[in-house]
Design a protein around this ligand. Structure first.
Ligand code: S3P
Length: 451
């Protein structure tokens, strides 16, 4: 078996294509980068707080760095004390200043949708732009409730970015029934609710990640959760705090699947966030027969964390319970890879939200799996995958980080190398992904398709 050394990866530059596999095992300990959802929120809430907040474990990925730059552009002093450490001098709920240019949110739906909630309550106008992928993502889901609150917000006619947000006379609290299970929409409404007169409440059709609720409480802002309803009273204040952001379970998921499908593998992932609204991937992989153990469970502030040990297992196909889908929404692409390596059929339903992520992830995964010879059929809201042999070939990433990383993991079970075209967007959530894979024993090589 060949194992690429990290030195051999020095030449990997962000826009390169990567060739992975075939085969290999993964072994050792790894600490994956900080949680992306919490990193975005930490910068937003610390900026709006009164006083100085210190943050450890911040994800220095493109998405969260764009959020950081947006708040700097609105006058917040943010010092990067290390690669993952920040000190933020909050300006209070009403201390943000008009930025001199549009705020560029890059690839980040979370960045754009959450910041729009904050900007709806400001006394200045802003424009929010994004990259090619974000510019195609639906924003009516936040525009509708924000307008109901009295916000002055507009998009392109298509309902996509850029967004223009102008000052509103005053925001009014609403009781909002979320039409889809979306933590981004829930959070956007709650953040606008911070500026509204009265009590804003959001009811979810299914449980979604609750980092906004937990982190607002950490900043001393009361948030009430009553079954599916979350509510807060507007016009309070946030007080500075100290935050420690755990490793991102969505990034850990690639290695959970890698160690499960590769022979002779045993990996320990340290300090991973295991908030129950995020652990659907563990539940699904366990239902498929994975050998996953949570060790050293503890709390990092308001968020539960654990070390996760995962070893090779014989996976079997399952019908993924729809109740787990929102709790594993970002991990489904790599779960599709687990399904392609499993014995039998896996069906995913109720996952139509995958069609409006950084790419249409149902179409992108179906196309990639088909080009590797996997029997996978896309449906309107999911996929039917018959496990079996994964061949080699070239796959497109559609500029989507999770598609790129998923097919890298697939190479562990492939008969021939898999070339993943344009892996640049991996930088948005998991800087150093390919280097970490190589360090754990995967076969990773740079291959420029341009030459
Ligand atoms: C996120 C919520 C999810 C998820 C995204 C991060 C968040 O999106 O897919 O990666 O941080 O709130 P939706 O709320 O649109 O499902």
């Amino acid at each position: 078996m060949t194992t690429a050394s990290t030195d051999a990866l020095d030449a990997i530059t962000p826009s390169n294509s990567v060739t992975a596999g075939p085969g290999g095992s993964v072994n050792g300990e790894a600490v994956v980068p900080g949680d992306k959802s919490m990193s975005h929120r930490s910068v937003m809430f610390a900026s709006l707080a009164e006083g100085r907040t210190s943050i450890k474990g911040f994800l220095a990925g493109e998405d969260s760095l764009n959020t950081l730059a947006a708040f700097q552009a609105m006058g917040v002093s943010i010092e990067r004390t290390s690669q993952t450490g920040l000190i933020i001098d909050g300006v209070g709920m009403h201390g943000l200043k008009a930025p001199s240019e549009s705020l560029y949110m890059g690839n980040a739906g979370t960045g754009m949708r959450l910041i729009a909630g904050v900007l709806a309550g400001q006394k200045f106008s802003t424009q929010l732009t994004g990259d090619e992928s974000l510019s195609k993502r639906p924003m009516r889901r936040i525009i509708d409730p924000l307008r109901e609150m009295g916000a002055v917000i507009d998009s392109q006619q298509s309902g996509c970015p850029p967004l223009v947000i102008d000052p509103a006379n005053a925001l009014a609290a609403i009781s909002y029934q979320l039409p889809m299970a979306s933590a981004q929409v829930k959070s956007c409404v709650l953040l606008a609710g911070l500026y509204a007169r009265g009590r804003t409440s959001v009811t979810e059709p299914a449980s979604t990640r609750d980092h906004t609720e937990r982190m607002l409480r950490t900043f001393g802002y009361p948030v009430e959760t009553d079954g599916a309803e979350v509510s807060l009273q507007g016009q309070g204040k946030l007080s500075s705090t100290e935050l420690e952001i755990p490793a991102d379970i969505s990034s850990a998921a690639f290695l959970l699947v890698a160690a499960s499908i590769a022979p002779d593998s045993d990996v320990l992932l340290k300090n991973v966030g295991v908030n129950p609204t995020r652990t659907g991937v563990i539940d699904i992989l366990k239902l498929m027969g994975a050998d996953i153990e949570l060790q050293n469970r503890r709390d990092a502030g308001a968020e539960p964390v654990a070390d996760i040990r995962v070893r090779t297992a014989n996976l079997k196909g399952i019908a993924i319970p729809e109740s787990l889908v929102p709790l594993a929404i970002d991990e489904l692409p790599v779960i599709f890879i687990a399904a392609a390596c499993a014995e039998g059929t896996t069906t995913v339903t109720g996952a139509e939200e995958l069609r409006v992520k950084e790419s249409d992830r149902i179409a992108a995964m179906a196309e990639g799996l088909a080009s590797l010879g996997v029997d996978a059929v896309a449906t309107a809201d999911g996929m039917i995958i018959n496990g079996g042999t994964i061949g080699g070939g070239t796959v497109e990433t559609f500029y989507d980080h999770r598609i790129a990383m998923s097919f890298c993991v697939a190479s562990l079970c492939a008969t021939d190398p898999i070339t993943i075209r344009d892996t640049h967007h991996v930088e948005t959530s998991f800087p150093g992904f390919f280097e970490q894979c190589a360090d754990l024993g995967m076969v990773i090589k740079r291959q420029s398709l341009d030459g």
